[in-house]
Design a protein around this ligand. Structure first.
Ligand SMILES: C[S@@+](CC[C@H](N)C(=O)[O-])C[C@H]1O[C@@H](n2cnc3c(N)ncnc32)[C@H](O)[C@@H]1O
Length: 209
């Protein structure tokens, strides 16, 4: 399978990404990322690592494989790794829907603000499940559709076509928690936060059910 747009990449989105997400990162990155990534040990796979916002949060005891399909994001992630001097993290170019790893070969899979963007969400989640050990964890941080407000949910539905175009494939209206459960994961815990007006975020841990 090929994912042509991701392999071609989004040069400008990659260049602006850290600035666009800067405020949210300051606010939530400091609380959410340490909780999701700070306690992992063993073999960890991160999908859609972007510019590497998570890298500083992984403990040196973890052996992290970070994947990312977009060459422009990958380049920035490479630079961030060099700055951090993080020898426990390696980078691979790969889409979440087609991970070049063996079944049951990772203790944890991390997805941070990625499931909104992957073109084939069920397939990406099936891949995460395939490469996770049965006792492993799936650790997620995502913005999701607002199902508590008809108004905001409707706004998200209406703006999705334009948002996808501007946001390098991002869907503001995905029901990601349901998708995780439908993929056969059992939610161990989940926290809900308000990311922006009308925009809920979820973060938590799920296990293969
Ligand atoms: C909003 S950014 C999040 C980056 C990073 N995970 C973070 O927390 O800052 C979304 C990322 O998903 C990546 N992405 C897009 N399609 C993907 C796919 N099919 N598989 C994996 N990652 C993908 C994008 O290239 C981008 O780096």
């Amino acid at each position: 399978m090929t994912v042509p747009q991701q392999e071609k990449g989004h040069r400008w989105f990659a260049a602006l990404y850290d600035r666009i997400g800067g405020r949210a990162e300051q606010h939530f990155g400091k609380t959410v990322r340490p909780r999701l990534m700070g306690e992992v040990r063993g073999r960890v796979l991160e999908i859609g690592a972007g510019t590497g916002a998570s890298f500083a949060h992984y403990p040196p005891e973890a052996q992290v494989v970070a994947t990312e399909p977009d060459p422009f994001m990958l380049e920035r992630a490479r630079r961030r790794l060099a700055e951090l001097g993080a020898s426990h993290i390696e980078l691979h170019q790969a889409p979440a829907e087609q991970l070049p790893f063996e079944n049951a070969s990772f203790d944890h899979v991390v997805s941070s603000l990625v499931l909104c963007t992957v073109p084939d969400l069920p397939r990406a989640l099936a891949e995460a499940r395939r490469i996770l050990k049965p006792e492993g964890t799936f650790r997620f941080w995502e913005h999701v559709r607002n199902d508590e407000s008809r108004f905001w949910g409707g706004v998200q539905d209406v703006i999705t076509p334009v948002w996808r175009w501007v946001g390098a494939g991002c869907h503001p209206n995905r029901r990601t928690q349901q998708a995780i459960e439908e993929a056969g994961f059992r939610i161990e815990w989940v926290e809900r936060v308000r990311l922006a007006p009308g925009t809920p975020g979820i973060y938590g841990v799920a296990r293969p059910g």
